[in-house]
Design a protein around this ligand. Sequence first.
Ligand code: HEC
Ligand code: HEC
Length: 200
Amino acid sequence: MNPVKHLFPACLFIACSGLVHADVPRTGKEVVNSVCGECHVSGKMGAPKVGDQAAWLKRIADQKGLENLTSNAIRGIRNMPAHGGKGEVTDLEMTRAITYMVTLSSNTPEVAKPYSSPVAMSGKTIVESRCAQCHGEGKHGAPRKGELAEWTPRMAKGLDVMVGNAIRGHNNMPARGGLASLSDAEMRSAAMYLVNTQTF
Ligand code: HEC
Ligand code: HEC
């Protein structure tokens, strides 16, 4: 059994997210086996199949590059749900999973950063349309928008960890605030705006 996975549920109770690093990115193969495979192995609803290079190369050509294809998978396109329907899958993990499905090779080195983190909306717009539902009044214990003192202790564990928790979900904070189509970059700018509305 994977010791990290085993530890994680217990850790949620004692809030040791900084310690366990739910944020260690999974390999492309792991993400495909646990999330994408559901549709991309059998070709459900017309999903291009894992390892069917011809089908993938045609899409890469149609979309004018792997970067756009990745961006579509992050936001969702037709029957392809944003982030494969799992908001906690990071943009980097999406990128790795796509590389794996295209090449079906475990020897390909894992990508170190996401191909594409589309930013369509500003942090302010995202906060006002979504995050403020909880972070306005502090619903379910959410730190309040612009109340720096409520954010400071959370930032002590490192900004990346904090943003990572908001992407993956954390206690009463749903993954990506419940909007799977937000990219990692958008989550980061929304988090920045929540912390300090003055500088944005
Ligand atoms: C519920 C089924 C389902 C799951 C789960 C799913 N996909 Fe898809 N995916 C689809 C379908 C259907 C399409 C074809 C959409 C179309 O072009 O009409 C697709 C297309 C894609 C494309 C091509 C997008 C384009 O622009 O042509 C990529 C890339 C992709 N998926 C990546 C992923 C990754 C990565 C995961 C796992 C994190 C995943 N998918 C999980 C159903 C799924
Ligand atoms: C349904 C309510 C809800 C929504 C919507 C919501 N949040 Fe949260 N958020 C919470 C709660 C509750 C916490 C505190 C969780 C905890 O640490 O116990 C939290 C915590 C956070 C944290 C701190 C995480 C940490 O490690 O301490 C960040 C960053 C964050 N939210 C960002 C966002 C962003 C960005 C959005 C909008 C895209 C958003 N949230 C939408 C409820 C929500």
